[in-house]
Design a protein around this ligand. Structure first.
Ligand code: CTP
Ligand code: CA
Length: 229
């Protein structure tokens, strides 16, 4: 078992985890994307398997090898991720949105490669909003007692923004990390504060992404309704 775990406290639970970053195509060769590596989501998947859960991992563009013991679904865009998460959430005890979802996608997809032409202005890319998957899952709660967890990377006023985001999204837990040079993107380590809707705030010191994942599962398993298994 993972460090600090006393037993398979997620046995009999179905957890759905999204990981990676969505890519929003502009044309057949280009996309709008982000720097999410997917490593935190994969650490959540590995630790949840170790703690006895049935794990559905929905990954977007990570290129990482499948974690042993998890069911892995692959998606590309935010719209595809939404569809997969909503479907998997129907019988989930826990939904964790660790994926970085593009807030916008190009409003038009060019079926042929966009070419430059001499004497023409540079093209302007217009964008439309993507669905907010976390807010939708949190509002829906397709199963009674379902626990919904979000992630937020902030550069400024980390805790103030985090508390406001937790309320706005309506989730139970929000893992907030500060985006910095060696933290978060692509690294093996992370440092965060886990904010809970009930006001509990749990700082997690700089360390492996597995340690943060285990703290998330500790907080999740402490919030299960005793009769919901
Ligand atoms: N998220 C989501 N769907 C979106 C955008 C974000 O489900 N369209 C989820 C992310 O997976 C993450 C959480 O919401 O768990 C917070 O993402 P973040 O980008 O910090 O929040 P936003 O509401 O998009 O706010 P911001 O304007 O700061 O980007
Ligand atoms: Ca965002």
């Amino acid at each position: 078992l993972a460090r600090g775990v006393t037993g398979p406290d997620l046995a009999g639970r179905h957890v759905v985890i999204s990981a990676g970053g969505t890519r929003e195509p502009l044309d057949p060769v280009r996309f709008l994307g982000n720097r999410s590596s997917g490593k935190q989501g994969y650490a959540l998947a590995r630790t949840a398997v170790a703690r006895g859960a049935r794990v559905t991992l929905i990954e977007a563009n990570t290129g990482l090898p499948d974690p042993a013991g998890a069911d892995v679904l692959r998606v590309g865009t935010a719209v595809q991720l939404r569809e997969a998460v909503i479907e998997a959430a129907a019988d989930a005890d826990v939904v964790v949105m660790a994926a970085a979802v593009a807030d916008f996608r190009p409003s038009d997809y060019a079926p042929g490669k966009i070419k430059k032409k001499d004497g023409q202005d540079a093209p302007v890319v217009s964008l439309v909003r993507n669905p907010d998957i976390l807010a939708e899952v949190a509002a829906e709660r397709s199963r009674p007692g379902q626990i919904v967890v979000g992630f937020a990377a902030e550069t400024d006023d980390v805790l103030v923004n985090g508390r406001e985001k937790l309320r706005r999204k309506g989730c139970d837990l929000l893992v907030v990390n500060e985006v910095g040079e060696r933290k978060t993107f692509g690294s093996e380590e992370n440092e965060a504060v886990v904010l809970a809707a009930d006001g509990q705030e749990t700082p997690v010191p700089y360390g492996p992404k597995e340690a943060l994942a285990d703290t998330v599962w500790d907080l999740v398993s402490g919030r299960f309704q005793p009769n919901s298994s």
